[in-house]
Ligand binder design. Structure first.
Ligand SMILES: Cc1cc2nc3c(=O)[nH]c(=O)nc-3n(C[C@H](O)[C@H](O)[C@H](O)COP(=O)(O)OP(=O)(O)OC[C@H]3O[C@@H](n4cnc5c(N)ncnc54)[C@H](O)[C@@H]3O)c2cc1C
Length: 421
């Protein structure tokens, strides 16, 4: 049964997912109490620019891009508490305790607690000048030092590490990237696209070291990092180190409350935990992913936003008949220098891949097929391919690998065509 006007929805975490949920609940007509609690001091802001435009220029730190305008929270009657964490859940009493000592009652509790940076643990990891990049505070700390920095080492060639590397290169800083795996962004990209990006970063002037992890850091007498030593024994000068080695979902509240955790707070297709009054979504939650046919946790704006829209309807019972749960197509973007990477769907190891477009010109897509059925499309500077792919994948339509590879094949028309039968 959906929420009624007397109900109180309490959302722990005011990031992309939490703020969208508050917005969508009001848009769907929820008239009860809406409480949004966030431990960061800042008004909710967009994280994606923090590893991109935010760091691109020197001088004064830019203002963060807000998730909503200043008046949004009062206009939508959202009781918004910033700088306060949810510290515990009493499931029987239907209350949460907050870091300021207060206790709040809820009818429905939504955990939108996101994720935290995974920290380095090698010798020297405690030196000053070694940063993560998750929050506005992290980005401000990095921005404040970049003007004075000549060389940086990035640990991890994932999206955030490579976005940062491109921004640093654009400012003329020497960049070394250390990556354990044999190719960049290996978790998310097909080998073909991943290898193309390796070459592109080298062309930008980044010293990309694959198959080479971090072993230790050395520092000066003041405790400031000066070099990174890799698993090969090589030392790379570093006035600043950026650790981009992934995140850990913020599951601590759920765990302490006895809720199941499985690489994230475990929820069902309706984003509900085993407690019928507690839900979880966004970066902190693992859910049965309809397109992958497996439980997973996704870290993207699309996932956080679409799950929030879906959950608002679930909480209010406004889905209409036959709702089988959250099943939106995953998509993602990353901007690395002038390269705009867009991904639709989820690729997997062993997918057959087909190129379309012109890799030499930096405008192409990799189409990934599983058993000759389209599973994912990765595009660089090809927004048309990305949109067509999203339409096809969301509709469960495919095309033959030969068609994808054929430059004469009208992909846009095919993606818009109504299936026969
Ligand atoms: C630098 C960076 C660049 C990114 N770039 C892209 C991109 O280009 N494209 C893309 O699709 N995605 C990108 N992402 C990922 C995207 O930003 C996240 O997937 C998205 O923000 C997830 O939203 P969320 O609400 O689940 O978590 P978050 O945005 O992390 O919000 C969770 C909030 O909950 C708060 N919180 C946690 N525990 C508590 C508690 N107990 N009490 C109160 N508050 C709590 C946290 O402090 C945090 O503010 C990027 C992320 C980062 C960090």
């Amino acid at each position: 049964m959906g929420c009624t006007h007397q109900d109180r929805v309490l959302i722990a975490g005011n990031g992309q997912a939490g703020v969208q949920l508050a917005d969508s609940l009001r848009a769907e007509g929820f008239s009860g109490d809406l409480i949004l609690v966030g431990e960061e001091q800042a008004l909710p802001y967009q994280r994606p620019p923090l590893s991109k435009d935010y760091l691109a220029a020197g001088g004064a730190a830019p203002a963060p891009l807000p998730l909503r305008g200043e008046n949004f929270f009062t206009d939508h009657r959202v009781h918004h508490r910033t700088g306060v964490g949810v510290t515990g859940i009493d499931r029987d009493g239907h209350t949460v305790s907050l870091s300021d000592g207060s206790v709040l009652v809820y009818s429905k509790l939504v955990l939108a607690t996101g994720a935290a940076n995974r920290n380095l643990s090698c010798p020297g990891a405690e030196l000053a000048g070694i940063h993560g990049l998750r929050t506005l505070a992290d980005a401000r700390a990095v921005h404040a030092r970049l003007d004075a920095v000549r060389s940086v080492v990035v640990v991890g060639a994932g999206f955030i590490g490579l976005e940062f590397a491109s921004a640093a290169r654009a400012r003329g800083i020497e960049v070394t990237v250390l990556e354990y795996a044999g190719r960049p962004m290996a978790r998310a990209l097909s080998p073909a696209m991943s290898e193309w990006f390796a070459a592109a970063h080298r062309e930008m002037g980044t010293d990309l070291r694959l198959g080479e992890g971090i072993a230790s850091f050395t520092g000066d007498d003041g405790g400031q990092v000066t070099a990174a030593v890799s698993t090969t024994g090589a030392a790379y000068p570093a006035d600043l180190v950026l650790a981009g080695i992934g995140v850990i979902p913020r599951t601590e509240l759920a765990e302490a409350a006895g809720l199941a955790v499985d690489n994230g707070i475990a929820v069902d297709a309706h984003l509900r935990t085993a407690d019928e009054d507690i839900y979880a979504l966004g970066d902190c939650a693992s859910y049965p992913q309809a397109h992958a046919g497996a439980r997973m946790r996704l870290e993207s704006v699309q996932n956080a936003t679409d799950q929030a829209r879906h959950l608002a309807k679930t909480l209010l019972g406004t889905h209409g008949p036959g709702d089988a749960g959250y099943a939106e197509l995953p998509w993602f973007w990353s901007t690395q220098g002038k390269l705009k990477l867009q991904i639709a769907g989820l690729s997997a190891p062993g997918d057959e891949t087909v190129l379309r477009g012109d890799p030499e010109a930096g405008k192409f897509s990799v189409f990934c097929f599983r058993d000759r059925v389209l599973a994912a499309v990765e595009s660089v500077n090809q927004p048309g391919d990305h949109l067509a792919a999203r339409r096809l994948l969301a509709a469960g339509r495919s095309l033959a690998p030969e068609q994808a590879a054929d430059p004469e094949f009208d992909l846009k028309a095919w993606s818009k065509a109504v299936p026969v039968g």
